[in-house]
Design a protein around this ligand. Structure first.
Ligand SMILES: *Cc1c(COP(=O)(O)O)cnc(C)c1O
Length: 364
């Protein structure tokens, strides 16, 4: 079997050793005579996996002790609602929350919060077609804001924060779905970090939420249980049946990351991969162009166009012939997009950059 280079934006490429391990264990989990996906979530086998996954996240991201790490269902999309439900909706009419509206995903987070309370769009990238971000130093919370929400990497638009705003006492909340564990982050500067697993961490079905303990204490009692961070924190994310397969696979990815030396070497490799593609674009004399503000170009999702847009389908056909998949831009924006998540090897980015150069040479 020949594995393709998988540039899909999500679900996305996983390390081959992890897939092999799942294959070996899926029928008989380590000699227990049954599969992990048919085992009680209260069993000692699952319990060990669950707590190891949480400990591995803490170790890899250096999460301080005064934070809880939750493993929830519902995707990052559920967090768009849970954050305002827990920190905005029940705190009185004077309360508001700040949102940096940086692209398609931030708009969704903002939209859900607007249904539940007063929200301030402290930045809106609309007039620049969401191709740039505010300077981190220019972001400051509105007086009375309960939290300030950013999207660290816009998966569709290809803009990524390269430094973090200082929000003082106001908790900084970040949707890191598409760049979590792709680089080192100062967790202590955030009140809440959340991320669906299916870009950098594993299969779809589990969402990682890292939340500071004092915020958990502020959550309202009026909420239905599942929507309360406090309930999940008190039950160590075993309030209801967790997505056992996704947590199991997540843990294998985390173990693999640890074996590979953790986040620092990954961060270097991710930079190398993105540099290869941006260089191929820059060197093409305008054959390719990247519409994103150079200062905020994403290392995870490289968004680009061919100046002669009629060549884009031809380019996609050629990538398919070379066993590269997932390079079509999001349906809402068109164009091309290469997602370079953690499990994409440098060789994959090299192969794509080589093809871009030879395609340009043949079609310029
Ligand atoms: C994919 C993605 C989401 C949505 O995640 P789901 O798990 O599908 O809800 C939210 N935010 C960002 C930045 C994403 O990339």
């Amino acid at each position: 079997m020949k594995r393709k280079y998988n540039f899909y934006a999500g679900p996305s490429t996983l390390p081959l050793p992890v897939l092999d391990e799942i294959q070996r264990e899926i029928v008989d989990y380590r000699g227990h005579g049954l599969s992990i996906i048919e085992t009680s979530h209260r069993s000692k086998e699952y319990d060990a996996i669950h707590h190891e996954a949480i400990a591995n996240i803490r170790e890899l991201l250096e999460v301080p002790d005064d934070y809880h790490i939750l493993l929830l269902g519902g995707g990052a999309s559920l967090q768009f609602g849970m954050v305002p439900l827990n920190f905005l909706h029940f705190v009185g009419e004077q309360a508001s929350a700040d949102y940096v509206v940086s692209g398609a995903w931030a708009k969704k987070a903002y939209g859900d919060a607007a249904k539940l309370g007063t929200v301030n769009a402290i930045f809106d990238g609309k007039e620049h077609n969401y191709m740039t971000l505010p300077a981190a130093g220019s972001i400051s919370p509105t007086p009375g804001a309960r939290y300030l929400h950013i999207t660290s990497n816009e998966t569709i638009g290809g803009v990524q924060f390269q430094s973090w705003p200082d929000t003082g006492e106001v908790p900084l909340v970040a949707d890191m779905s598409s760049d979590i564990m792709s680089r080192r982050i100062p967790v202590e500067r955030f009140g809440i970090i959340y991320a669906g697993a299916q870009k950098n961490l594993g299969p779809a079905g589990v969402t990682v939420v890292i939340i500071r303990n004092d915020l958990i204490e502020q959550t309202p009692s009026q909420l239905p249980d599942y929507l309360s961070y406090r309930v999940h924190a008190e039950k160590e994310s075993l309030f209801n049946t967790p997505p056992v397969f996704s947590v199991y696979a997540l843990n294998l990815v985390l173990r693999y990351l640890k074996q590979q030396g953790g986040i620092t070497p990954l961060e270097d490799a991710n930079k190398e991969k993105a540099d290869l593609l941006y260089k191929a674009i820059e060197d093409s004399d305008g054959f390719y162009r990247c519409p994103v503000d150079e200062r905020y170009r994403s290392r995870m999702n490289v968004v680009f166009r061919i100046a002669d847009e009629t060549l884009e389908p031809v380019f996609l056909e050629e990538t398919a012939k070379h066993d590269m998949v997932g390079l079509k831009g999001h349906r809402s924006v068109g164009g091309l997009r290469a997602s370079l998540y953690n499990a994409m090897p440098v060789a994959g980015a090299e192969a794509l950059a080589d093809l871009m150069r030879s395609f340009a040479a043949r079609h310029a």
